[in-house]
Design a protein around this ligand. Structure first.
Ligand code: SAM
Length: 209
């Protein structure tokens, strides 16, 4: 019987399978840029940072960033990207499986951009840890796909709507203000090069000071 890869093996293969080529664009996620541009920079935690484009963008805006990913291959690329961008001192990259451990401390921004995995769906525990890592006055930003892509409609995975993310986060209204919980369309290029419309969701919440 074939052994299923661990989450780390899955993502190392996904990143490493492209040789030295990057699998993402190197540009920060549009939702991160639009939602974070108006915030005062402080400390930020980037969950599932991939090849580091968001972390580099945050560092360029003046944030002091901790960025985490389960894939050592992705982290290696992210470290290189930060060095090339001249922001290495502002970003700490950690290879870490968030289902096993979570970074210590509290952050002015906790961002999770497409933290999905076919190998190990992101659990409620990780979303709760993300919520609990936000400092008073800080912001939680969760961006994700709200449904499967047309090229893999049966991908059994946790791809929740904005309302489902809010339900799982279980935000105490005495402590939290939900600022955005919406679905929106976004163009994405599929594996065969075809551009398709995906439904993504954005959840942004501020922890009261
Ligand atoms: C779809 S990619 C998104 C990467 C990046 N945030 C972006 O938007 O380009 C999902 C990322 O989450 C990481 N990941 C998945 N499960 C994880 C876990 N349990 N702990 C840490 N990282 C994880 C993967 O290695 C991958 O880099």
């Amino acid at each position: 019987m074939t052994k299923e890869p661990t989450n780390e093996e899955f993502w190392d293969e996904r990143y490493g399978g492209h040789g030295h080529g990057h699998i993402w664009s190197g540009k920060p996620n549009a939702a991160l840029v639009s939602e974070v541009s108006g915030l005062t920079p402080g400390t930020a935690l980037d969950l599932g940072c991939g090849e580091g484009a968001d972390a580099v963008w945050l560092a360029r805006q003046g944030w002091k960033v901790t960025a985490v990913d389960v894939s050592g291959v992705a982290i290696g690329r992210a470290v290189e990207h930060a060095a090339d961008a001249g922001v290495a001192e502002a970003v700490t990259f950690e290879r870490r499986d968030l289902s096993e451990s979570f970074p210590e401390g509290r952050f002015d921004l906790v961002t999770s951009q497409f933290l999905h995995s076919p190998a190990a769906p992101v659990s409620a525990d990780i979303l709760h840890a993300a919520r609990d890592a936000v400092a008073p006055g800080g912001t939680l930003l969760v961006e994700g796909h709200a449904g499967p892509p047309p090229w893999a409609p049966d991908a059994h995975n946790f791809l929740p709507t904005a309302a489902e993310v809010v339900t799982v986060l279980d935000l105490d209204p005495a402590e939290w203000e939900v600022q955005r919980a919406v679905e929106h369309e976004r163009l994405q290029t599929g594996p065969d090069g075809t551009v398709v419309t995906r439904l993504d969701c954005t959840v942004k919440a501020r922890r009261k000071a």
